[in-house]
Design a protein. Structure first.
Length: 324
């Protein structure tokens, strides 16, 4: 069921730090020949999430005792709730999930956890702490870094910013937005003049950006909470003949031909950040928990890297991309 459209491994070359926000003690279970892992993905419309599934599949191939079943919620909370409930009914040994939205998915994830099934949250959180481990980068910090770079380097004399958010209610999007707003506070001449959601999708971002361009004669920078939406804003600005007057900032930094690192190298984006998917780490945690019976820290924080024109080519090579 996994679509191996992208064969990359971002996190293999990436440092990982652990925040000991609490540990989960798990007793070693009886040794089994086969462990079934259910992976509930919130959507596969984002290239970054396709990469996450690919990394999970590739990491699981190294462990013959693991079988991973993938489910795609296609940004539908009800579908994802049903997917998780189905995994519980199947009696899977562990669930990995990226919740579409935090609050609507909380009960389903909590119920699985209460039923004795370990749950690893990947990239996105739920309300409360009924999960085994959360794996992800610090989105507040990433947003703050982007805001400070805009304030200090891209718009040191101030300017007008249009922000394109992802799906409302996702923890990562909320954190990136809060961090960005905190980061730009150091420059009181920067003003956010328009905000709208594009659900993390490039095509929707084109429409959102077109509306912003029509209603704002002066835009100095588009801040999009992922690279596909930043690309959508660039396309809209180019269609309006205004791309030369506007800067574009995104997040994710995939090293693929259509990813954010190449967008920085090609001059469409002024900045992005490599955001590790955590797919490899999720399988490593599953192995430690299920096979080795080890304790898992409640939080596993992945490191990110800033991508700007000065280092984009170097990072492309570091994370397995091709300069051709």
């Amino acid at each position: 069921m996994n679509k191996k459209a992208i064969s990359i491994l971002l996190t293999a070359a990436m440092g990982v730090s652990v925040l000991a926000a609490g540990t989960v003690t798990v007793s070693a279970a009886e040794k089994k020949d086969k462990y079934v892992i259910g992976m509930s993905q919130c959507n596969l419309g984002e290239p970054w999430r396709v990469a996450m599934n690919d990394q999970i599949a590739m990491a699981a191939e190294k462990h013959p005792e693991f079988e991973v079943i993938f489910a795609d919620a296609a940004q539908d909370n009800s579908k994802q709730i049903a997917d998780i409930e189905n995994f519980v009914q199947m009696g899977v040994d562990l669930i990995i999930t990226s919740p579409n939205e935090a609050t609507p998915l909380t009960n389903a994830v909590s119920a699985a956890y209460d039923a004795g099934i370990p749950v690893i949250l990947l990239d996105r959180k739920i309300d409360g702490d009924k999960y085994t481990q959360f794996i992800g980068a610090d989105n507040v910090d990433m947003g703050r870094i982007a805001g400070e770079y805009v304030a200090d380097t891209l718009l040191p004399d101030g300017g007008k910013v249009c922000e394109i958010k992802g799906l409302e209610g996702t923890s990562g999007g909320i954190d990136r937005d809060n961090g960005f707003r905190e980061g730009i506070k150091k420059n009181d001449k920067i003003e956010i003049v328009a905000v709208n959601n594009a659900d993390w999708l490039r095509e929707k971002a084109i429409t959102v950006a077109e509306e912003m361009l029509q209603t704002n004669d002066e835009i100095d920078l588009f801040l999009a909470l992922n690279d596909p939406m930043a690309e959508g804003a660039y396309i809209a600005a180019k269609n309006a003949g205004r791309e030369g007057d506007i800067l574009f900032v995104g997040f994710d930094g995939l090293p693929t031909p259509d990813g954010g690192i190449r967008s920085v190298m090609d001059g469409r984006l002024s900045m992005t950040q490599v955001y590790p998917t955590g797919g490899t780490e999720a399988i490593e945690s599953a192995y430690q928990l299920l096979v080795e019976g080890k304790e898992l820290d409640k939080t596993l924080t992945l490191t990110s890297e800033i991508v700007i024109p000065d280092n984009a080519e170097e990072l492309l090579e570091k994370f397995g991309g091709s300069a051709e």
